[in-house]
Each structure stands twice: as structure tokens, then as C-alpha cells.
Design a binder for this molecule. Structure first.
Ligand SMILES: Nc1ncnc2c1ncn2[C@@H]1O[C@H](COP(=O)(O)OP(=O)(O)OP(=O)(O)O)[C@@H](O)[C@H]1O
Length: 264
């Protein structure tokens, strides 16, 4: 059976004038429907570049990306991205921000009443319905990220692409949002690709962790299966042997086999 998302021998080289930088080389990865996959690797190795290629924001220079039998060549609502820093429009309310995406995707297929229900359902999912009339400046960083996630989910994408979605949040808010993300994933069965720098976050949330080698010409170094049953509870996992083994495997990859050496 073909993979839901197939990344096949993908390479990316940026060219500016006579200068070229080969950022990614020969990346191959099959992702199944409903899978939660994290990408981890040192700063600058090309994680965001890979996510942007999947999003269709940047074009591959080698290989191809196939989503449900169709080649990815441009951005589309079937791949929703959530960035580290929320990208909400400051002059619109929480509701209006989500509405913008919903109107774009479902403007022709859902009635006004259906769209309203759908927006509220997605705000409910991230527990933000109570703040529907607030503007981004009136809510906390964690709340903004939740609205960004609601907006992405409301597009009903085939794949949710998360670029360090919790990276700018304090540890407690971060833990709370991770728990919410796990609940959403359990309820909706989304296919999710998440970039993270946080080893615990990767192990807690993922079915598989893709570990990237250092750049330039970064590639997939190892892929780790996380064989922990769901639902996962962070407190119980803190002393779970499988959890600790996975954590150690990622740490060893990052700090022994592929240590980050700052360029001179
Ligand atoms: N548009 C571009 N033109 C030229 N080089 C680029 C471009 N975008 C990214 N790069 C280079 O590609 C490399 C990888 O960048 P990228 O942002 O994908 O890394 P990352 O792993 O996501 O980093 P971080 O973890 O710090 O966010 C960097 O060396 C960066 O300078």
C-alpha cells in the first residue's frame, strides 16, 4: 500500500547568485495516515526547510513529495501549518481569525450556520470558545497558539504541520498544550508532523521520531519508533522504562553521534 505521505529522495539547494547551499540531501520518509511524527535535529540542520517543502512553500530541487497520490508543488489547505510565533491577524478577533480560514476552505460547501458551528467546534476543541471576541493582543501566548491550532484544524487538513508550536511558551503552558494536542490527536486521528528541539516532547507525543544529521546536506540519520501505548500520561511515563530508553536513544543521537559543532 502506498504511504499517505511519501517523501522520496528529496533534496534542497538554495541558490543566490553564484553561491549555492545544499541544505537537504536525499531525504526519504513514508508517513502513514494518522501518524504523529516528530522531526528533531540541531539548529540550522534544515528542519523548517523540510516542513516548508511539505507545505509547498518552497520547491524541492531533487526528488518529490507525494500526498495521497498527488505531487506537492504549491501550498494548499490540505496542509495546514502552525508556526512557533502565532500568525493571527491582530485586527481580527479570535473568532474572525478562524473564520477567515473556514470561509476560504468551506465558503462554498458549508452554509453560514454550518460554518459558525464548525468555528465554535474547533474553538471548543482547544478550549478557547470563551475568548471568541477577544483580539490577539488581549490573550496570552499559549492562548494565541491554541487559536492558531484551532484555525489549522478548522481547515480539516490532510496533514497538520507544526513548526515548534510550543517553543516560545513557558514550561507549564507548554505541558498543558502538549496534553491538549495528544487529546486532539486521539479524538480526530490527524496526521501530524512536528518539529521540536525538546526530546521529552518528541517522545511524549510521537509515534516515530525522525532524527536529522547536521547540515549542510542534512539527511535522515535515524528513525526511532516510540512503542508507548496511548493515552500517555506524563507523570506515569517519567519512570517508564520504554520512555526512558527512547529518551536516551534520542539524546545519544544528538549529543554523541551527531554533536553540534558551531561553524567557525
Ligand atoms: N531561503 C533561504 N535561502 C538561503 N538559505 C536558506 C534559506 N532558508 C533556509 N536557509 C538555510 O538553510 C539552513 C537550514 O535552515 P532551517 O531554518 O531549515 O533550519 P532548522 O533546522 O529549522 O533551524 P532551527 O532549528 O534553528 O529553526 C540554514 O543554514 C539556513 O541558513
Amino acid at each position: 500500500m502506498p504511504a499517505y505521505l511519501a517523501i522520496q529522495n528529496v533534496g534542497k539547494t538554495f541558490t543566490r547568485g553564484a553561491a549555492t547551499t545544499e541544505v537537504l540531501r536525499d531525504i526519504s520518509l513514508d508517513i502513514a495516515r494518522g501518524e504523529f511524527v516528530s522531526i528533531i535535529g540541531h539548529s540550522g540542520c534544515g528542519k523548517s526547510t523540510l516542513l516548508n517543502l511539505i507545505a509547498g512553500l518552497t520547491e524541492v530541487t531533487a526528488g518529490g513529495i507525494i500526498l495521497e497520490n498527488a505531487e506537492v508543488s504549491s501550498p494548499g489547505p490540505d496542509r495546514a501549518v502552525v508556526f512557533q510565533n502565532h500568525s493571527l491577524l491582530p485586527w481580527l478577533t479570535v473568532y474572525e481569525n478562524v473564520n477567515l480560514a473556514v470561509a476560504k476552505v468551506f465558503g462554498r460547501t458549508k452554509s453560514r450556520a454550518e460554518r459558525h458551528e464548525w468555528i465554535m467546534e474547533n474553538l471548543d476543541l482547544v478550549q478557547m470558545a470563551h475568548a471568541r471576541d477577544k483580539r490577539p493582543t488581549e490573550i496570552s501566548g499559549g492562548m494565541k497558539q491554541r487559536v492558531g491550532i484551532a484555525r489549522a484544524l478548522a481547515m480539516e487538513p490532510k496533514i497538520l504541520l507544526l513548526d515548534e508550536p510550543f517553543g516560545a511558551l513557558d514550561a507549564l503552558t507548554r505541558a498543558h498544550l502538549q496534553d491538549q494536542m495528544m487529546e486532539i490527536h486521539a479524538r480526530l486521528g490527524n496526521t501530524i508532523i512536528m518539529i521540536t528541539h525538546d526530546v521529552d516532547e518528541a517522545v511524549l507525543l510521537s509515534d516515530r521520531i525522525v532524527m536529522m544529521t547536521n547540515g549542510p546536506a542534512a539527511t535522515v540519520g535515524e528513525v526511532l519508533d516510540v512503542p508507548l501505548s496511548r493515552p500517555r500520561k506524563r507523570l506515569e511515563l517519567a519512570s517508564d522504562r520504554t520512555y526512558l530508553k527512547c529518551r536516551e536513544a534520542v539524546l545519544k543521537f544528538l549529543y554523541e553521534r551527531h554533536r553540534f559543532v558551531e561553524a567557525a
